[in-house]
Design a protein around this ligand. Structure first.
Ligand code: XMP
Length: 512
């Protein structure tokens, strides 16, 4: 069945997938295509509406993203966001100019045309989250101003006759309190969508598509037991059953007892064909003496694939590799137009000479909470679906500096205590991700009557919706106190525990 579809035309901004996720949360299916997509391809589909995303450039910069203005004559409603709105204004004969200073963050937004469809049910005084240097200074013929901020006279504009709308702020981020209402208005009031898309449909469609795509092929999955890889593997398992073999590379960098738990659930309850490879020594020797975070990630990524290739050879010809890559992995490894922040091992670290013919990544467009919803749809029990995200390189990115077997054991113990106490306090659902980090820092302490010179363990706990930004969790002091006292008492060679109180940005969630 063909769903109502919104096209998101990607001009290279950081929040583009977030727009997609908001649209899907509003039960409308969407596709995200780069701005280089030819107009004919767009014309060939029946889109209910188009959203132009933000982007980092100025419309006047050489080589800045643009699009064939004929797109405005298709009769399809268009919403331009930030750069997308500037491009709309510029392309239709309005004017864009650099603002006196860059406007970033919260801005008071006044709706100057409360009858505008985009602002239906939005209070006249609200807020918009801004991130721009240029701004629209004159709207094109046929448009009028619909909202403004104290420093941005064209906060929003519209031409209802042609169903063209532009907003200078970002309705897709949480910091724009009425942003969701505005997006809903665009989808339902302007584009006339009815909301026919749900996660259950996504799962069904993906499983159906995989069944066709993978017919007669031997499939291998990268299985780590984490939420992403287990949801991806289970989807493929549902599509092709025993054609799928999962290889669980136990690199020895998992949390305490995790490997055994994962096997008991997925191999036994779900009856999936999982081979566990104990590759701990191999990884440890490759990582010996390596301190640079990016090199650690690259080494682990490459070794992962090597182990796979060897196992794959043992089981005969393999056609397709499944990976549980999710959207934040993709965006943070740098797309064409966004900067590289970290090379997540399952994207950036993939070696060039990979021996598999095809790569299947069924979750590539989903955010973490959508992956969980997909997992629930497929019947994965809550305690698994709600497991915390765990990075592919595992504890390697939580041990600063070089990695040794002793440091891994120490961190596993400290981390297990932290997780146990958080769960006991009933905070495990509220906190999105929490773990211990072994800083490479040693400091002086006193134990009994003696001086100690031991490690500092950092506790990291964050709340977030999408893992692109996060806040630190306000864990009650009593819980922190218990965790700290248990760690220094029960884990040898730790004499100090600190709590990380940094948001993302500027920090990231993991320490490496
Ligand atoms: P950062 O540290 O980039 O983390 O703020 C955002 C989310 O991604 C997870 N993460 C990874 N996941 N492979 C993964 O599959 C990786 O290499 C990786 N590095 C970070 C991190 O745990 C957090 O949930």
């Amino acid at each position: 069945m063909e769903h109502e579809t919104i096209l998101i035309l990607d001009f290279g901004g950081q929040y583009n997938q977030l727009i997609g996720r908001r649209v899907r949360d509003l039960n409308v299916y969407c596709e995200i295509l780069p701005y280089r997509t030819p107009l004919d391809k767009i014309k060939a589909r029946t889109y209910k509406g188009i959203i132009f995303t933000g982007g980092p450039k100025s419309v006047y910069a050489p080589g800045s993203p643009s699009y064939d203005p004929a797109i405005f004559d298709l009769g399809i409603p268009i919403l331009g966001i930030c750069y997308g709105a500037q491009f709309m204004a510029y392309a239709l004969g309005g004017q864009v100019a650099p603002a006196a200073e860059r406007e970033y963050g919260h801005s008071d937004l006044t709706i100057t045309d409360t009858s505008d469809l985009i602002f239906k049910n939005v209070p006249k005084q609200t807020a918009g989250w801004m991130s721009h240097t240029d701004q629209i200074t004159r709207v094109p013929a046929g448009f009028h101003i619909t909202a403004a901020t104290p420093t941005c006279p064209v906060g929003a504009m519209s031409c209802p006759e042609r169903r063209l709308y532009g907003v200078q702020f970002h309705p897709e981020v949480n910091h724009t309190p009425e942003g969701n209402t505005m997006l809903r208005n665009f989808l339902y009031e302007v584009c006339g969508c009815s909301g026919d898309w749900q996660m259950s449909t996504f799962v069904e469609n993906t499983v159906d598509r995989l069944r066709t795509e993978l017919a007669g092929k031997k499939v291998l999955a990268a299985f780590s037991g984490g939420v992403d890889s287990s949801v991806a593997s289970l989807m493929v398992h549902k599509a092709v059953g025993s054609q799928l073999t999962c290889i669980f590379v136990d690199h020895g960098l998992l949390r305490k007892n995790e490997g055994d738990e994962v096997m008991s659930v997925f191999a036994h309850s779900f009856n999936m064909n999982i081979i566990r490879v104990n590759a701990r020594e191999r990884f440890l020797s490759k990582l010996a003496g390596v301190t640079d975070p990016e090199r650690k990630r690259k080494i682990i990524g490459e070794e992962f694939i090597r182990v796979f290739e060897e196992e794959a050879r043992k089981i005969g010809k393999v056609d397709v590799l499944v990976q549980g890559t999710i959207y934040p992995d993709v965006i943070e490894s740098g797309t064409d137009d966004a900067a590289t922040i970290k090379s997540h091992h399952n994207v950036g670290g993939l070696p060039k000479n990979i021996e598999f013919k095809e790569l299947v990544e069924p979750l590539r467009d989903l955010f973490k909470d959508e992956v969980r919803r997909a997992g629930t749809e497929m019947g994965i029990p809550d305690e698994l679906v709600w497991r915390q995200p765990f990075p592919g390189p595992g504890l390697a990115v939580r041990i600063l500096g070089d990695i040794t077997a002793d440091k891994i054991a120490l961190l596993q113990d400290a981390d297990a205590i932290f997780r146990e106490e958080v769960a006991k306090a009933g905070l495990n659902r509220e906190i999105s991700q929490y773990f211990a980090v072994l800083t490479n820092l040693r400091s002086v302490g006193v134990m009994g009557d003696s001086r100690t010179y031991d490690y500092t363990v950092a506790l990291r706990a964050v709340t977030t919706q999408d893992f692109m930004t996060s806040d630190w969790a306000k864990i009650p002091y009593e819980v922190l106190e218990r965790v700290s006292s248990r760690i220094v008492n029960e884990v040898q060679h730790v004499n100090r525990v600190v709590y990380d109180i940094t948001t993302k940005p500027p920090a990231t969630i993991e320490w490496e």
